[in-house]
Design a protein around this ligand. Structure first.
Ligand code: BGC
Length: 703
């Protein structure tokens, strides 16, 4: 039975303090030889009503045993909430979020989340710690791999698609996961890209850059939010009243669950804002954290915090109410074993694999293609070299849930299967590779080099791989590099030497099949960079939406904004990504020259496929406000859309812009629309010289 309000209140009234704190406590599965399981002590804790949710438990039988302990053996029979990091697939693994962002395809983003939810729910899981929505502009930070990249507009669209995909509108219908938007907010700006370091973000930057993806997730109905581990200008997010109670609860009216990050409540002591578990628990609860993940500090510290008057019973009840409401919305009171009772059919699995192939293909970014080397033509013998050539496990990337290397297509296997008529050799020795017509060099980062706690001061190709690459280049053969990574790798030498380079991220279950399709031309690459690719680590943070300087870079003028030792521009701009065809853009046209409060306008631009093959293009719409009360970024993304065109065909890309899209936070943080010109720029990337523009004028009616 789903508790209605009256039943819910009755239930809360009947709970002891410890049972209440149990609902606010998430414990992690034990890890033994057989993998994740609930040991005797944890099962006893569940039976005693002292744990409300479980992290990282896997295996249907284990989940059922845990649920039985809760709903058949605990006093109040409140069901458990099983949680896991399902970021980019469960059994079927899709590209890592940064890779999937490169597809610029909200339909794909939503579908992959729907499939991940269906597969995870079939194993009894009810909540995922995804989507990760940290705007990430620093490739030194390993968690950039988990993010949709540098842009808040892309992050917001990604957030909506993922929340809809995971939650399917109605959480109770079984094949769904409650989504958790994380890590609120500003984690992407950790100092010097060092994981867990503190973040200092100006209020305007927080508002314009870091908050929009979370605001979009809340608007889309996200069930939960996780505060970041880190502190924002001295206030750990886990204890940040202004952010959790102020922004989330009051300003955005978020009434879902706030779940701490792993042990983050206890870490408040290490942060230096609490002297013991009592203070740490009180700080987190007072800020708005409902669930304490793994640190056990709520159970340990809240009774004493109550006695000292640091927190109130009402606050505890409010947090318990939110947790129970989430369980009710998930249908767990009615049917605690429903998730797990509907296995995924083999037919569905097939469809999931097809989606994994589509998502992987769309995520590949063709960074460079000298002399049109790709697609490969007239080649009978391809040598496939490098440590990532036959590395199925690495293709799964970080946070790969139940992803299984045995069911993952490595590059080598995918290519062999797709090209039965070719001679494919995987001997990288110069002697063997010398025989080949072309060499595919599979290098980059292993999956363990990206994700959480993998900051790198110099994100680049490891030295031993560079040595291999140089030997291969020295053979003088055409070389295609499949560059596997969870971030831009800063290796300008590679782009000087390689003929073709593909950013292949971690593509998931169908990695090899997807790459093979691009090499042969069966698929035309359409991915574009969701993040600026630096030329030198010293340029970081580098991103397209910079504000203007009073002294723009001029190569021949000394006192201008540039470096003496490296170029000022990136290796590749945001939005860069080549195709086997070429697209030519016409100038954008707006449906009106003026726009007022509450109005919208349509912007259209012609795009022509001037090459020989069909292709899909992602077009971007940026705005530029040349004169405003505060300096506005040189470009701000306000739209992206895709168009498929046969060779020789012309089509139109269409965007809608509202007056709200042209507003920005004023000095008081409130949105402000200012009169005057706004330039609209449409084109293939954030490279200024590739964009065509028109202007509209914001008109404000006199009061
Ligand atoms: C990560 C979170 C993750 C949690 C649970 C933490 O270390 O920061 O993103 O959801 O672990 O696995």
């Amino acid at each position: 039975m789903t508790p209605n309000n009256e039943l819910m209140e009755g239930l809360i009234e009947s709970m002891s303090l410890n049972e209440k704190l149990g609902q606010l406590t998430m414990i992690r599965a034990d890890f033994g030889d057989a993998g994740a399981e609930l040991g005797v002590a944890k099962l006893a804790q569940i039976r005693a009503g002292l744990a409300g949710s479980i992290l990282d438990l896997r295996g249907l039988k284990n989940l059922e045993d845990g649920q039985r302990a809760a709903v058949e053996m605990s006093r109040l029979r409140i069901p458990l909430l099983f949680t896991l990091d399902v970021l980019h697939g469960y059994d079927t693994i899709f590209p890592i979020p940064l890779g999937e962002a490169a597809a610029f395809d909200p339909c794909v983003w939503q579908q992959t989340a729907r499939v991940a939810a269906a597969e995870a729910a079939a194993e009894g899981i009810a909540l995922t710690f995804a989507p990760m929505l940290d705007v990430a502009r620093d490739p030194r930070w390993g968690r950039i791999a988990e993010s949709p990249g540098e842009d808040p507009f892309v992050g917001a669209r990604f957030a909506e698609a993922k929340v809809r995909g995971f939650q399917q509108g109605d959480l109770s219908q079984g094949a769904t996961l409650a989504a958790t938007a994380k890590h609120f907010a500003g984690y992407g700006a950790v100092t010097a890209g060092r994981d867990y370091a503190s973040a200092d973000i100006a209020p305007r930057t927080l508002e314009e850059v870091h908050l929009p993806p979370f605001a979009a997730a809340v608007r889309a109905g996200v069930a939960a939010i996780m505060p970041a581990f880190v502190d924002l200008a001295g206030e750990p997010l886990t204890a940040h009243r202004g952010m959790l109670d102020g922004v989330l609860r009051r300003r955005w009216a978020f009434d879902g669950v706030i779940v701490s990050d792993f042990c983050a409540v206890r870490e408040l002591i290490v942060h230096g804002v609490a002297s013991d578990a009592v203070e740490a628990a009180a700080l987190a609860l007072n800020a708005g954290v409902d669930i304490d993940m793994e640190s056990g500090v709520y159970l340990e510290g809240l009774p004493e915090a109550l006695a000292r008057g640091l927190v109130s019973h009402d606050q505890i009840d409010a947090a318990v109410r939110r947790v129970l409401m989430l369980k009710a919305r998930l249908g767990l009171f009615d049917k605690p074993f429903e998730r797990g009772s509907r296995p995924v059919s083999s037919n569905q699995r097939q469809q999931h694999r097809s989606l994994a192939l589509e998502a992987a293909r769309k995520s590949i970014v063709l960074l460079q293609n000298r002399n049109g080397l790709l697609p490969l033509k007239g080649i009978g013998h391809l040598a496939v070299a490098g440590p990532l050539a036959n590395a199925a496990r690495d293709m799964l990337g970080p946070w790969h849930a139940a992803g299984n290397a045995k069911e993952t297509v490595s590059f080598l296997n995918g290519i062999k299967k797709a090209l039965p008529g070719w001679r494919i050799t995987d001997d990288a020795s110069p002697g063997a590779a010398r025989e080949a017509d072309a060499i595919l060099l599979c290098i980059g980062e292993s999956a363990s080099q990206c994700g959480e706690a993998t900051s790198r001061a110099r994100p680049g190709i490891p030295d031993e791989q560079r040595k291999l690459a140089e030997d291969v280049f020295n053979l003088g053969k055409p070389v295609i590099v499949a560059l596997t990574s969870g971030r831009p790798l800063i290796d300008p030498w590679l782009f000087e030497k390689a003929d073709a380079v593909l950013a292949t991220w971690y593509l998931g279950s169908e990695a090899g099949a997807a790459l093979a399709g691009i090499l042969t031309g069966a698929a035309n690459p359409s991915g574009k960079l969701p993040v600026t690719w630096p030329h030198d680590a010293g340029q970081i943070p580098i991103f397209y939406a910079q504000r203007p300087t009073g002294r723009p870079a001029k190569p021949d003028e000394h006192d201008t904004s540039k470096y003496l030792d490296v170029p000022v521009g990136p290796q590749f701009p945001f939005g860069h990504g080549l195709s086997f065809t070429r697209f030519v853009y016409g100038s954008p046209q707006a449906s009106s020259k003026t726009i007022r409060h509450g109005e919208r306008l349509l912007v259209e631009a012609e795009v022509k496929n001037v090459g020989d093959v069909a292709g899909e293009e992602t077009a971007f719409l940026f705005i530029r406000d040349p004169v405003a009360s505060v300096a506005r970024p040189l470009l701000e993304l306000k739209g992206f859309t895709k168009i498929s065109l046969a060779p020789g065909m012309t089509g139109k890309v269409r965007f809608e812009l509202t007056a709200d899209d042209l507003a920005f936070p004023g000095a008081d943080g409130e949105p402000r629309l200012e009169a005057g010109e706004v330039q609209i720029l449409v084109g293939p990337s954030a490279s200024r010289d590739r964009l065509k523009s028109c202007s509209v004028w914001v008109v404000l009616d006199q009061a």
